[in-house]
Design a binder for this molecule. Structure first.
Ligand code: MG
Length: 298
């Protein structure tokens, strides 16, 4: 059996095993079930401050409630728990990445190592009560394969990862990126296809306003289609600085989030315009986002 045949067979076995099923909830049902809420937050590196505790207190004073951690540092679990203790801030997502594309590698040992690494990240996410671990299958130059070859590999590895995530009370979150960063998974609907096929509580996706500005025709529709599988959002302007520092509008996207009853976090992942002060600009960005959330009436 050559590799292609093997993959085909694996996908078929997934299908016959009943892993691929009908989604439990339709987008319409989700809309009726929950009212959307804007829960703002930020990646830790975006917030100025000496210690993580300083950053958390600052974030909270600006109305932020979600702290996104870079990577999945097991050695920092105590520090992170201490930093958020007694505040309204909780850990949103862990921004983990691609592990050099190892999880979709044709090299079997490399792939197993990648899967093991993501499982460890999911353990940390579970300990921190995080909504999920952000996973990018591969960036440019991390795979020689085509999207058509990568699809069955991803379909093959995700059930095991999603099982592990679910057992830890968290999720694997696929993040689509713009074509400048990857040739694979550029639009939300491409990640939705995997979530819909596998229909697993341990698997979801996220949307990033910066990438979406380059790849999606319609922010609202992209989020609406992501429906119950969308569990995190990254916030950045068109030029990837703070919301409000250029002409990027969030209103249409927020309409989509309201439509699906989104209640997870919207988290800053961005730079800042040259010679501007984050202590002034971050709270300003949060107020602008709250205004645009109100404007996204329907
Ligand atoms: Mg992002």
């Amino acid at each position: 059996m050559d590799r292609r045949e093997f993959l085909k067979t694996s996908v078929v076995s997934l299908l016959t095993a009943g892993v691929v099923g009908i989604p439990r909830r339709s987008v319409g049902q989700e809309t009726a079930a929950a009212a959307a809420v804007l829960r703002l937050g930020s990646q830790e590196g975006r917030i100025p401050g000496g210690s993580l505790r300083d950053k958390v207190l600052k974030l909270e004073s600006w109305g932020g409630v979600g702290l996104e951690i870079g990577g999945a540092p097991a050695e920092r679990v105590a520090e992170i728990k201490d930093a958020i203790k007694g505040t309204k801030v909780t850990v949103s997502a862990l921004c983990w990445g691609s592990c050099n594309g190892d999880l979709v590698s044709m090299d079997a040992p490399k792939r197993r190592e990648g899967i093991a690494a993501l499982k460890k990240a999911l353990d940390v996410a579970g300990e921190l009560g995080s909504t999920g671990v952000i996973f990018v299958p591969c960036f440019h130059k991390q795979s020689e394969l085509t999207p058509a070859q990568l699809d069955p590999i991803l379909l093959e590895i995700l059930p095991e990862l999603a099982d592990h995530a679910k057992s830890r009370g968290t999720r694997v979150l696929l993040e689509p990126l713009n074509q400048g960063e990857t040739f694979y998974l550029n639009r939300l609907e491409q990640a939705v296809a995997f979530c819909a096929k596998l229909n697993h509580a341990g698997l979801g996706l996220m949307g990033d306003f910066y990438h979406m500005g380059k790849e999606e025709k319609d922010d609202r529709e992209a989020f609406a289609k992501a429906g119950p599988w969308l569990h995190h959002v990254h916030l950045a302007s068109r030029t990837r600085v703070l919301p409000g520092q250029d002409d990027r509008s969030f209103v249409e996207g927020f309409k989509g989030l309201k439509q699906i009853g989104f209640r997870d976090f919207c988290s800053l992942e961005c730079g800042i315009k040259k010679d501007t002060d984050p202590e002034i600009e971050i709270p300003k960005a949060f107020r602008l986002l709250e205004d645009q959330w109100r404007l996204a009436a329907g």
